[in-house]
Design a protein around this ligand. Structure first.
Ligand code: MSK
Length: 630
């Protein structure tokens, strides 16, 4: 195995503890302290049986009080809460996609936003029956973006991107009445259905949860992914590094955090500008290091190789290093705690979106028209802040791992083309990957996604499950904070092939890939949908027959519930390590873990025990193989 060694959870915990000592010195708060104040959690909330949708309550269901004041029972209350959770997640993802479509609408040849992948733009235009012949690429970009923006409120029909799903899947959706219409309509319908005095029937609430989720996965999120590729380039494999050790003590450190790549792309560009580097040197720094947290980090890592400082529960750690000149955030998954925390250090906490405004931050309103100026001003603000550092508080742990990232569907297809060419002559399809699966060299795949959650030791389930899967010749495609957990541990280093079973190890060697493939950010789970659809079409199977499952072991956000709903609805069994607040209704539990299988040929499993969760996923993959006779 040479010098390769994974970074353990214990090592990462020791680093965090060391940083918390700095925090204690300056009187900083931390999520670890706040968790103590918030536990034990409210049992009614945990079970999903608290209703505060109208002002007659709040009502809480107990054996003595089995109905709320309006008469709604636990099943209706849990179901409504589940649907509202989904609507929140779908809104966040889809609005992110809408912002990207707006950015594409404002792309100009003179910049700052340009079309970097014209082929993908033309491909989408053709898919949507938009004439491409003889058109200027920017005129086409504006036309396609205009149609995409219309998808959010389209008067009739379904989301355009659903045409990418296999015929069988679309038929299931129509039959189950969950085919997604306009994104905004599905969110509004969800809110309307859950208003006081409307739906309290669990089955109807779950159907709308699935339809809302599908409008996210095959609508808003796919728009975010595809148009980000058009604007910033479709990712290809690229080398980077992960964990807090990517920050450089001698440099000005700028950390980008959030989800939307529009701002961070430009921050990266200006941080590379010789004029800015010279300015940083004039202020006593050796250079400028941009690193990232959460999904903004995934976006710029996949396209530019920008290192990943950490994932969700490390966002406070980057400030606690005492060496962060600016943490620049866009939208989603940003702790309001960063405001007061940054005040304990010299760090500038820069918010940039009207969607995400927080106390104790410097607000630089980011706008596509003024993006260049905004990004330049932020980089300059960080450089000017370098001299305010307190050297006594600086501690950057010497821990990082190498990672190869950037596995878009296009990159996976291309990378695996060479692996089985001797047996399969169809290139540019998923057939080489299918050949690896049907021959049993790879047993199957797990789409590992989602956040960290203080209810679980950060990264523990992600990393341990991934290790177990790859040892059993199951390849992992990962996104979001799960991908960063893998990268920090070292599972995206190609040397991690030595932790695989013999079959997957051979594939990793032949294709020169790590066993855990970084597929991007949260919205990029839409890439996983596209891959599953392609695998089904190329194999002639239904998606639900593929030996592929989804897993979100440490999820925490509403977005994750929306994701879970569209992944299950697409036909992939989905395994959760955290309960989605439905345990208070046996009817809701039965529907989600079993009943929905009649509609979409897949269902949820919730299992908090690591070993059982891993065994259940392997069992499911092997059952699917056995059913196919492979
Ligand atoms: S950032 S939604 S904590 S994956 Fe996409 Fe990470 Fe979850 Fe946010």
């Amino acid at each position: 195995m040479g010098d390769f060694k994974l970074t353990t959870i214990e090592e990462n915990e020791a680093i965090t503890n060391r940083l918390l000592e700095t925090g204690a010195k300056v009187g900083a708060d931390s999520w670890q302290l706040r968790v103590k104040n918030q536990t034990p959690h409210c049992k009614f909330g945990e079970q999903g049986v608290c209703c505060r949708i109208c002002s007659m309550g709040p009502c809480r269901i107990t054996p003595k009080a089995p109905r709320g004041i309006c008469g709604c029972d636990a099943h209706g209350i849990v179901g409504r809460n589940f649907l509202r959770f989904t609507a929140g997640g779908c809104a966040a993802h889809s609005d992110h996609g809408r912002e990207i479509a707006h950015t594409l609408y404002q792309a100009r040849p003179e910049g700052p936003y340009k079309v970097k992948d014209p082929e993908k733009l033309i491909r989408i235009a053709k898919e949507w029956n938009i004439e491409t012949e003889g058109k200027d690429i920017y005129d086409l970009a504006h036309e396609v973006a205009y149609v995409a923006l219309g998808e959010y409120g389209k008067i009739e029909g379904y989301q355009n991107f659903t045409s990418r799903a296999p015929e069988h899947t679309r038929e299931l959706w129509k039959k189950a009445e969950i085919m997604p219409r306009a994104v905004d309509r599905e969110i509004a319908t969800a809110m309307h259905m859950t208003h006081m005095g409307n739906t309290s029937k669990p089955e109807a609430l779950v159907r709308q949860s699935f339809r809302t989720g599908l409008s996210d996965g095959w609508g808003g999120s796919m728009t975010g992914t595809e148009f980000s590729d058009v604007l910033f380039g479709t990712p290809t494999p690229i080398e980077t590094e992960a964990n807090l050790g990517v920050m450089v003590a001698e440099n000005v450190n700028i950390v980008v955090h959030g989800h939307d790549p529009s701002l961070s792309e430009l921050i990266c560009e200006y941080a590379d500008d010789p004029e800015m580097i010279a300015y940083a040197k004039s202020k006593g720094a050796k250079g400028i290091t941009v690193s990232g947290v959460c999904c903004t980090s995934n976006e710029v890592a996949m396209r530019r190789g920008i290192p990943m400082a950490g994932n969700f529960l490390q966002q406070e750690n980057v400030v606690l290093t005492g060496a962060c000149e600016a943490i620049v955030v866009d939208v989603q998954c940003i702790f309001p705690a960063l405001g007061p925390l940054s005040k304990c250090f010299h760090t500038k906490f820069v918010t940039t979106s009207p969607i995400c405004q927080m106390p104790d931050s410097d607000f630089v309103r980011f706008d596509a028209a003024t993006a260049g100026e905004n990004a330049k001003a932020i980089v300059k603000m960080a450089i000017d802040n370098f001299e305010n550092r307190n050297p006594d508080l600086v501690y950057i742990p010497d821990t990082k791992q190498k990672a190869t990232v950037g596995y878009s569907v296009e990159a996976i297809v291309k990378t695996l083309d060479g692996v089985t060419n001797s047996q399969v002559d169809e290139t540019g399809t998923t057939k080489p990957l299918l050949q690896c699966i049907t021959s049993g060299v790879i047993r199957g795949a797990v789409a590992m996604v989602g956040c960290n959650n203080p209810k679980i030791r950060p990264d523990y389930l992600h990393v341990e499950l991934m290790k177990k899967m790859i040892a059993n010749d199951i390849v992992i495609i990962a996104s979001g904070c799960s991908a960063q957990a893998a990268a920090k541990a070292g599972l995206m280093d190609k040397a991690a092939k030595d932790l695989c079973g013999a079959g997957l190890k051979r594939v990793c060697e032949l294709a020169d890939i790590p066993p855990v493939l970084h597929m991007g950010s949260c919205v990029d789970i839409s890439r996983m949908l596209m891959l599953a659809a392609e695998l089904a079409k190329d194999s002639g199977l239904n998606i639900s027959q593929l030996p592929v499952v989804g897993c979100a072991p440490e999820w925490m956000s509403e977005k994750a519930v929306s994701i879970g709903n569209y992944v299950v609805s697409t036909g992939l069994d989905t395994f959760l390590g955290v309960d989605p607040y439905v345990s208070g209704s046996d009817q809701m539990c039965e529907l989600l873990t079993n009943g929905v299988r009649d509609w979409v040929e897949a269902a949820y499993t919730v299992e908090k025990d690591l070993d059982k969760l891993g065994d259940l996923m392997i069992e499911r993959i092997e059952e699917k193989r056995a059913a196919l006779g492979i």
